[in-house]
Design a protein. Structure first.
Length: 362
């Protein structure tokens, strides 16, 4: 009839201590991983390319995912163990309650048969008191286990949610790496297609079609901007867009990244191109899109012997009037050139002038 183990509270505390030691070790690993990431990021600031920074972030997230997976497994195992112990304790308490009911009946029968002070009745009462004490201890242990199950369930859900966030962030970062790595190849392919088509039709083609994109790949992370160059470029952005100094610094940082990746003749020219992008394409509200459009504009303008202002005005019509993304707009411009639509070097001007009419015509 007894619980059979009066050390249940001690065993639960021992298991909890062992579990907490494991979690503490994982938490220390997570803190160390974050510290190493901050240190490496600081080292890359100003000298590393955007690709370097993204690859550093991928490495950081992979380490965090590995540690967080172990943390989640710890909590999952703890949850299952506490649930099992909770069920076992509940069953023992139910068994004790049943035994107590049986003893109550036996005590009543003994009292009626032999009297309240009879030794048999007293022995039964002593057994009942012992079961009652064990039942009280059992219900207290059950309450503690129920609270432990609730804590473990919350901790497991939190750990699982954190792991999900890390995996999503890793996916986003890898997508940015792929996008950054493909932009030069994507534009190089489009420009080479333009060049090949025009050569077949006897049109003179500049030998710089592929060179622009090749220069991009060769120059990634190789350029350094000094303070005076950045300040001069920032003044151009600030005056060109009518921004406060704080606002212009954020935009100029984008121009700096574009130039450091090998686009444009110098930081000043990239800043000028970025100003034209912002002026002509009003719906660019995030840095990634601004960088992509500025890169594409630089290469398309150079390879088509055009001007960034003309290119962006044409792209603006495709994006604004027809709802295309920046990549879709520049892909379409390249395809149009392949089809010979720019034979008179007026493709971008025609789009800018007649785009509203095309939109109205459906």
């Amino acid at each position: 009839m007894a619980l059979g183990d009066n050390t249940i509270g001690g065993r639960v505390r021992l298991d909890t201590d062992q579990f907490e030691n494991g979690i503490a070790g994982i938490n220390r690993s997570l803190k160390r991983i974050d510290a190493e990431f901050r240190n490496t990021s600081e080292q890359l600031r100003g000298v590393g390319s955007e690709m370097d920074q993204l690859e550093n972030k991928v490495n950081h997230l992979n380490q965090k995912i590995e540690a967080q997976t172990q943390k989640m497994k710890h909590y999952e195992q703890a949850l299952r163990t506490s649930q099992q112990k909770q069920q076992e304790m509940r069953q023992k308490c139910e068994q004790l309650a049943t035994s107590m009911q049986q003893l109550e009946q036996e005590i009543q029968q003994s009292t009626q048969a032999y009297g309240k002070n009879a030794q048999e009745t007293k022995d039964l009462q002593a057994q009942y008191n012992q079961l009652q004490q064990e039942y009280k201890q059992g219900t207290q242990a059950l309450q503690r286990l129920t609270a432990q199950v609730s804590r473990n369930d919350t901790a497991f859900n939190n750990a699982s949610a954190a792991l999900h966030r890390y995996r999503n962030e890793l996916g986003d970062t890898e997508e940015r790496i792929e996008r950054l790595g493909n932009v030069s190849g994507r534009l190089r392919e489009r420009m080479n297609e333009v060049g090949n088509t025009m050569q077949e039709t006897g049109t003179k083609v500049s030998q710089g079609f592929g060179a622009a994109a090749v220069g991009v790949a060769a120059g990634v992370g190789a350029l350094v901007v000094n303070a005076s160059q950045f300040e001069e470029a920032n003044k151009k952005v600030q005056s060109g867009l009518g921004l406060t100094r704080e606002e212009s610094l954020k935009v100029s940082a984008v121009a700096k990244e574009v130039w450091r990746e090998g686009y444009g003749e110098d930081l000043a020219s990239v800043s000028d191109s970025l100003v034209k992008v912002k002026r002509n394409i009003k719906d660019i509200n995030d840095d990634d899109t601004l960088k992509q459009v500025t890169r594409d504009s630089e290469i398309l303008a150079e390879t088509m012997e055009s001007d960034v202002n003309e290119v962006t005005r044409g792209a603006a019509q495709l994006m604004g009037r027809f709802g295309l993304s920046g990549q879709q707009a520049f892909d379409l411009l390249a395809q149009g050139s392949v089809k010979g639509l720019n034979y008179s070097n007026e493709l971008f001007d025609n789009l800018s002038e007649y785009g509203p009419l095309f939109h109205e015509m459906g």
